[in-house]
Design a protein around this ligand. Structure first.
Ligand code: FMN
Length: 130
């Protein structure tokens, strides 16, 4: 029988860039572990790795912005998925503007929405925010 990892390796998840901000600190990373979990009320779940700079900022933040990527979003995906806010300011390398609660909205993303963080839930090595 295939291992869990063998099976999940072939899944083709949609990709998002999730940004957040608090106390003048902004953060964001590429996220595949994310999905809508309710229609009414609208709820969206984001899985952030405990290793990420974004996770640490999001622990204190009230709001996330979820950017939907498409096939033309490779540069954004690489910037937010390969670099870490521990070492670089990703927001110096892209166009953005302050959105709700000052959370950065990336101008090159084809679509985005913003949501208040209602729950934090630890699951394995990721914390779910929805
Ligand atoms: C294809 C792909 C999918 C990823 N999915 C997630 C994810 O669901 N959750 C997450 O926290 N990190 C995910 N990452 C990793 C982060 O985007 C990456 O480690 C990023 O550099 C972290 O940045 P930060 O330290 O500034 O938060 C993914 C990376 C790639 C390449």
């Amino acid at each position: 029988m295939d291992s869990f990892q063998d099976v999940t390796d072939v899944l083709d998840y949609p990709m998002f860039v999730v940004t957040t901000a608090t106390d003048g600190r902004a953060a964001g990373c590429l996220v595949g572990f994310a999905t809508q979990i309710s229609i009414d009320p609208p709820r969206f779940l984001v899985g952030l790795s405990e290793k990420n700079h974004t996770h640490r900022v999001a622990l204190e933040a009230r709001r996330l912005v979820v950017h939907i990527l498409d096939a033309d979003s490779l540069a954004l995906a690489r910037l937010f998925g390969e670099a870490t806010g521990d070492d670089v300011d990703k927001f110096e390398s892209c166009s953005w503007s302050p959105g709700p609660d000052g959370v950065p909205v990336l101008e090159e993303a084809p679509a985005w929405f913003s949501g208040a963080v209602r729950h934090h839930n630890v699951a394995g090595d990721h914390t779910r925010r929805f």
